[in-house]
Design a protein around this ligand. Structure first.
Ligand SMILES: [Zn+2]
Length: 149
């Protein structure tokens, strides 16, 4: 049971998504006249906001904005050049050390058991899958934020 009345955040949450609220909030709203009235105020407010016509321009906004943008020019940047230089150097060092220590690298997994190798591969694949899913979810969220209409 909730002591006192609900907060504005709880009213708004219950008015917009009642199924996502705690059962204690729903029970309090059922039993408390003040909170029930406040919840109805928010429900009326939300329904009237949803009934409002979406604002729309009577001209093509994207064409107007795009016409004022300067076309991107590919230009040389020392910062990006340095990043690529260090990345290339890192890959070169890894490849060179792989060639240099080839005989040691080939015997890296030969002494270990097969189950260890499969566990290593499975953990790597699961990690890559979760990372990929997280990147995809973040991308979808950003696209949903951009697609307001
Ligand atoms: Zn109350």
């Amino acid at each position: 049971m909730i002591d006192g009345h609900l907060s504005d955040t709880e009213f708004q949450k219950f008015a917009s998504e009642p199924s996502l609220c705690n059962e204690s909030i729903a029970k309090h709203i059922e039993s408390c006249d003040t909170c029930r009235d406040q919840t109805k105020v928010y429900q009326v407010l939300f329904s009237s906001i949803e009934q409002q016509a979406r604002p729309a321009f009577d001209f093509d906004l994207s064409a107007l904005v795009i016409s004022q943008l300067e076309p991107a020019k590919p230009k040389f940047s020392w910062e990006i050049f340095t990043v690529y230089l260090f990345a290339f150097a890192g890959v070169a060092v890894i490849l060179f050390s792989g060639i240099l220590f080839q005989e040691y690298c080939s015997s890296l997994f030969s002494g270990s058991s097969t189950i260890f190798l499969y566990m290593f591969i499975a953990i790597s694949l699961i990690t890559i899958l979760f990372q990929g899913f997280e990147i995809f979810r973040k991308y979808q969220k950003q696209m949903d934020t951009l697609n307001i209409s």
